[in-house]
Write a protein of this length. Structure first.
Lengths: 112, 110
């Protein structure tokens, strides 16, 4: 069964460093998303991406964040100058039709 | 008022019981309603997806949407210990992004 793949599963980084979280969406999907879940809190929308551009972003997705689809298969989330409060699970998701979204297993980001 | 409200539980039931999980919402623009299952430190897994009001059944799972009351439910029949997880409701409106509830933690006791 096709699935969304995320790497790494766990990333530890020092405050102020840049991190890149990687995702391989399901191959015939056209819509891509990043969500995050701070421990004990709700899953929150960060950004959606379609046709090689951002279609929507939340207030959380400020200038420290960026997304890219560098080739036909990967979808990345870059966080510049990480802060302690960026520690969370980051989930990539993809959808064929912008409704049913399938999630990856997540990357646990720990900022120390 | 929160856009999506979900009782966090925890909810414990004996094996074989019927489980009822519920969410209420305030945004009339929500059109698509999902239920996800999430195991500890894993990604949400899509269980059910419905559009507009009505019922949808898939095996032991039934999703119900009542848009007039802004209320959605997920029923699990013949619950199994493997159903123990956190269940998240989620909704999509005119902004094509999922708005999640806080999740209900379910334990099915053998």
């Amino acid at each position: 069964e096709p699935e969304v793949t995320q790497t790494p599963s766990h990333q530890v980084t020092q405050m102020g460093q840049e991190v890149i979280l990687r995702c391989v969406p399901i191959s015939n999907h056209l819509y891509f998303y990043w969500y995050r879940q701070i421990l004990g809190q709700k899953v929150e929308f960060l950004v959606s991406f379609y046709n090689n551009e951002i279609s929507e972003k939340s207030e959380i997705f400020d200038d420290q964040f960026s997304v890219e689809r560098p080739d036909g298969s990967n979808f990345t989330l870059k966080i510049r100058s990480t802060k302690l409060e960026d520690s969370a699970m980051y989930f990539c998701a993809s959808s064929r039709d912008d409704t049913e979204a399938f999630f990856g297993q997540g990357t646990r980001l720990t900022v120390v | 008022q929160k856009e999506v409200e979900q009782d966090p539980g925890p909810l414990s039931v004996p094996e074989g019981a019927i489980v009822s999980l519920n969410c209420t919402y305030s945004n009339s623009a929500f059109q698509y309603f999902m239920w996800y299952r999430q195991y500890s430190r894993k990604g949400p897994e899509l269980l059910m997806y419905t559009y507009s009001s009505g019922n949808k059944e898939d095996g032991r799972f039934t999703a119900q949407v009542d848009k007039s009351s802004k209320y959605i439910s997920l029923f699990i029949r013949d619950s199994q210990p493997s159903d123990s997880a956190t269940y998240l409701c989620a909704m999509i409106g005119s902004a094509r992004q999922l708005t999640f509830g806080s999740g209900t933690q379910l334990t099915v006791l053998p």
